[in-house]
Write a protein that binds this ligand. Structure first.
Ligand SMILES: [Zn+2]
Length: 251
């Protein structure tokens, strides 16, 4: 099983529009430090699942027909804008899985074209795709949102990209679970006022210590956090890694 990060940034991305902070200037000079909006894909042998559709040009990166399904974490506009091109795809159907959420989404579900929206997922109810098991985990966000636990024989990985803290049900399930990889929302530097939608670095590290995975990768990173990390990266635990666009994790 392999996770590929397409994007590891927050909605403003890095460089943020018009910003001249140190992190944004670095990303302009050295594109390997740029961050697109948080998303990725899980590859298990020949089976490919996209996680979110944050990029308008997603179809250029991952042609319809070259993957099996899409898991949406939630239906905020910047996480589904890549669906539009897939609606137009010919000769394929693309199953789309996500949480129960219909509010103000008529334009998303109307005329789905090649997209086949599946019945809303049930929290903690595991789906099987060949050898890959996928379990939706509720998260704390301003729309109904799931993280996903991916398991197969080589290991397991929890992808929790849009959350502030964790609901007690999700942390209870992951607490004591022998997690190989935790991919976790870490949007803000520690000084940021908690915003109900995303973790600060302090919150993310608290979750890392509670759940105690072998390795944690931080994602959904803002330019403010990248600025903070320019001076504080060495303070992170050895098994906490800052994810970058294009990075791959193989289990
Ligand atoms: Zn900036």
């Amino acid at each position: 099983m392999k996770l590929t990060f397409f994007g590891t940034g927050d909605g403003r991305q890095v460089p943020a529009p018009g910003c001249h902070c140190r992190a944004c200037l670095r990303a302009i000079e050295k594109p390997q430090y740029a961050r697109l909006t948080c998303s990725g894909k899980i590859t298990d042998g020949l089976d490919v699942s996209l996680i979110d559709a944050t990029m308008a040009d997603l179809n250029q990166r991952q042609q319809a027909g070259s993957f099996e399904r899409i898991f949406l974490t939630h239906y905020h506009a910047n996480h589904i804008r890549g669906l539009a091109a897939y609606k137009e795809a010919e000769h394929v159907t693309i199953p789309v899985y996500g949480p129960e959420d219909k509010k103000d989404l008529e334009d998303v579900f109307e005329n789905p074209g090649a997209l086949k929206f599946q019945r809303p997922l049930v929290p903690f109810k595991t789906l099987n795709f060949g050898g890959l098991q996928v379990t939706p985990l509720p998260l704390n966000h301003s729309r109904p949102t799931f993280g996903y636990l991916f398991q197969q024989h080589q290991g397991n990985l929890a992808y929790l990209s849009d959350t502030c803290g964790l609901p007690s049900t999700t942390s209870a399930m992951l607490y004591g679970y022998e997690l190989d990889v935790l991919v976790l929302d870490c949007t803000h530097p520690p000084s940021h006022q908690a915003d109900q939608d995303h973790n600060t670095l302090s919150q993310a590290l608290a979750i890392h210590h509670d759940i105690a995975p072998k390795t944690t990768y931080l994602t959904h990173i803002s330019h403010e956090l990248d600025c903070y990390l320019l001076d504080h990266l060495a303070e992170l635990p050895d098994n906490v890694i800052i994810a970058r666009d294009g990075m791959q994790i193989t289990l």
